[in-house]
Write a protein that binds this ligand. Sequence first.
Ligand code: AMP
Length: 572
Amino acid sequence: MKFKEFCEYLKSIEETTSRLEMAELLRGLFHLVDSDEVDKVAYLTTGEILPAFRGVEFGLSEKLIMEALSKACGLKVSQIETIYKKLGDLGEVAEQIISWQGKALSLSQVYGELLGIAQTRGTLDKVMKLISLLKGLSGFEARYAVRIILGRLRLGVGDATILDALALMAGGKELKQDIERAYNLCSDLGLVAKSLKEGGMEALKSFGVKVGYPIRMALAERVASAEEIVRRLGRCAVEVKYDGFRLQVHKEGQRIEIYSRNLERMTEMFPEIKASILKEVKVHSLILEGEALAVNEETGEFYPFQITIQRKRKYGVQEYAKEFPLKLFCFDLLYLDGEDYTPKPFIERRRRLEEVVPKGEHLDHSELFITESIREIEEFFENAITRGLEGIMAKRLDAPYTAGSRNFNWIKLKRSYRGALADTIDVVILGYYYGRGARAKLGIGGVLVGVYEPSADTFKTISKVGSGFTEREWVELREMLDRIKLTHRHPRVDSLLEPDVWVEPKFVITVNADEITRSPMHTAGRTIEEPGYALRFPRAVSFIREDKRAEDANTVEDIVRLYNLQKKVSVE
Ligand code: AMP
């Protein structure tokens, strides 16, 4: 396919206001391209150049792109800046100032050039490569190439949208489950698309875990009491819930990779864990999961999360690793020497984990005991809280590892749900309001936020949030939102309200609220007969959560469950 034709698809996707039409356009696109191109389409339409876990980024700022445009077009940088101020989008700037026709490059050629830019180390070399690419593109094509490099394609196509489109291409929506299963095991949309195109559904059905491809992590449901744990699981494993980073470690011979909860590659951040695995784990290959925490070497006590979080850094890694060494509390084994462990029962995975991972300075097993006694669970919970831990995790003994899904195989009981109203809620910003009075000068008075509805792959509104940020944060937030603003409601957003500015559903914030109420104004949980759910007195308790994607926000189902928990608590 020619890159120009691909860009025409991008333009149609950008202009659509319907989620169904978006999936249909993507289906058409996947159908049309061949198996060498289909992976590239999957990456580019989701705003990536390779899956996030490969850790490849363009690393070109707006300023450098303006320099490249200036050299390619023979305009002064200051002239380009003036046009940029007017248009607000460097893609449109490129389109306006490029007057040549381009070389009618293919999608694969342009992708290759883009990847080359991303993989080149030196800034100057990157800029030179970009200049040469720009000279081969028409203005229309450059508009999209520039947006891709800046990570501002703004299509808002999510993983689930791609999986839907692939299922449609392969024959129907009912195929999505198998396609999704393959994706949950490898986290690589391009690989899934390519395997499907080359080997059909058979290839996807025989898909297994691979070292070097992070498995989408299993998540826990929450309940309000030990009694509910026993009611749901019966005899179960109960573990301490550590408050650190969830890490997935992959080992193949001497090669180690470490991935975060949202599947970013973080190997270089945790040198002591890498070294311990290499030295102490004797098997050839494995994939394990655990929670890493900073532990005080003198006292053996856990540091608070605020200290542990400082280990998420690109610079000063060695110094911090010395000052705040981490310990990885391993709790699951997903692969061992050629064998996929994800279908095996939890207790078998755990036993094997204890056999192959020895305890050491930086490695340990999560604390665990097996019980069916409500009283014992309650005591364990109280004890964990007194030790400053978050709570406990209960696990179904015979459950497989359910990649990429949140269900009652794992159940968390945290301090905050006991007696108190509700936990914090992660919501996605869908748009903003200009603000009145004192806020008008900041140009933003509040944001419209929503939660995720996985069955429809859409975001449903739940609240307006107007407090919790400092003035500086509001200003920064507005700048960040302006970079992803849209001219119309995003096709994956379902809303009865109309903010002053719509944005791509991208940024997650954590909010606190007094209560969840029913409201006819919001679409979360709304049906023909019933009103939706809303947050009463919401306030932001975090700035943008860089560790979460829009789809990682809480779901409508979570909200319904919290609403019901809240009712129970108030009756008690
Ligand atoms: P939450 O982030 O509140 O949904 O809780 C689930 C998270 O708890 C997991 O993603 C892990 O990062 C963390 N966690 C802490 N201890 C454990 C444990 N023993 N087993 C599983 N997950 C744990």
